[in-house]
Design a protein around this ligand. Structure first.
Ligand SMILES: Cc1ncc(COP(=O)(O)O)c(C=O)c1O
Length: 343
């Protein structure tokens, strides 16, 4: 509520990086998504949102959904206490399925599509060629706001995956990493969206119309984001971290190939992950490959040998502070683990 010079610098910097016109700040990526959904509904006057089956955008109740066997949108296992049955507000569509997307958007009741450029929360699922371009075309065709959640996919590079892949969003969400550990997030708006949002914000009622909460964009938040964007998350940092993720993937793949296992590795920038099956093409296929027992075993095996894998995934996230020695330690522990499993 109290602007600072840092936050103005940060907004300009984010615009340069991600190509959005204006930014609002909040305290978590969950909130950035929630605020973006409010704005999309208000601007379009449409009641429903679209997300990908098995997506994760934080604890926004209406996004915690999957498709059931009959193609109905229902609460995702583990979701607790949604205000209403989320099928009332949300339509899930499988990732990498343009026909399903078009069918839903053509219904005319959708305010926005909220999605990650690549799924990263049910393992990494990359877009098939033409998928993201197709989603962009369809959202334009049906007047639906496209919100890209880059909270995780910033791992692809300093400008995130959408710029790397040439996809324009109407709104863009970024959180976590940009604060270097301080709770901050931001959502950006294209020139068209920000102009329409500004029209909603006038007079005394402004305090409920979308500026966020009391601590949004605080002096501490501004200073933290400015420091992070100045000293980390730069091209030179990714130039160290991405090759480490490639080395990690190659080490894991070599052990998998040696044992002729049907497992695979997927890399997106400085993030890499292995699967116990072939590469899934959407969230449901990815969810079907989860093997809790084996996953726990791999995590514990690594943990006992000095390596903490990211919880809920078989994933490594590289920083510029990791070294080739760290990666090689993982490769040797992973290789040894496979040898014990296979013996
Ligand atoms: C893509 C994505 N968006 C949003 C969030 C929510 O972030 P936070 O828990 O910081 O609110 C997450 C958390 O993992 C995420 O993966």
């Amino acid at each position: 509520m109290l602007p600072s010079t840092d936050i103005a610098w940060v907004a300009d910097h984010l615009s340069e990086r991600f190509g959005m016109d204006k930014w609002q700040f909040c305290l978590s990526a969950t909130d950035a998504n929630r605020f973006s959904l409010r704005i999309a509904r208000q601007l379009t006057g449409k009641p429903k949102i679209v997300v990908n089956d098995w997506c994760y955008h934080g604890t926004v109740d209406e996004t915690l959904v999957i498709l059931d066997h009959d193609g109905k949108t229902i609460s995702r296992p583990g979701a607790i206490g949604p205000q209403v049955q989320p099928g009332l507000t949300t339509i899930a569509v499988p990732y990498n399925d343009l026909a399903a997307m078009e069918q839903v958007l053509a219904g005319g009741e959708v305010a926005c599509v909220l999605m990650e450029p690549a799924l990263t929360n049910i393992g990494i699922v990359l877009p098939q060629s033409g998928y993201l371009e197709g989603v962009r075309q369809l959202t334009r065709k049906y007047g639906v706001i496209l919100i890209l959640d880059e909270t995780h996919t910033i791992c692809a590079g300093p400008q995130g995956a959408s710029r790397l892949w040439g996809i324009d969003a109407d709104m863009l969400v970024i959180g976590k990493t940009i604060g270097g550990g301080i709770p901050v997030a931001a959502y950006g708006m294209s020139a068209d969206i920000s102009r329409r949002v500004e029209n909603l914000m006038h007079g005394h009622d402004l305090d409920v119309s979308g500026i966020g909460g009391t601590l949004s964009g605080s002096a501490l938040a501004g200073a933290a984001i400015r420091a992070t964007l100045t000293h980390a998350l730069r091209q030179e940092d990714f130039d160290i971290a991405i090759p480490l993720a490639t080395r990690w993937s190659e080490g894991v793949q070599a052990a998998i190939t040696h044992h002729e296992l049907p497992w695979t590795v997927q890399q997106l920038g400085c993030r890499a992950e292995y699967w116990f099956e072939d590469h899934p093409q959407n969230g449901a296929q990815a969810a079907a490959t989860v093997n809790d027992g084996l996953e726990s075993y791999m995590h514990l095996y690594a943990l006992n040998r000095g390596i903490l894998l990211t919880p809920f995934h078989n994933m490594a996230l590289m920083t510029p502070f990791h070294t080739e020695e760290d990666v090689d330690l993982h490769t040797s522990v992973f290789t040894q683990c496979l040898e014990e499993i296979m013996s």
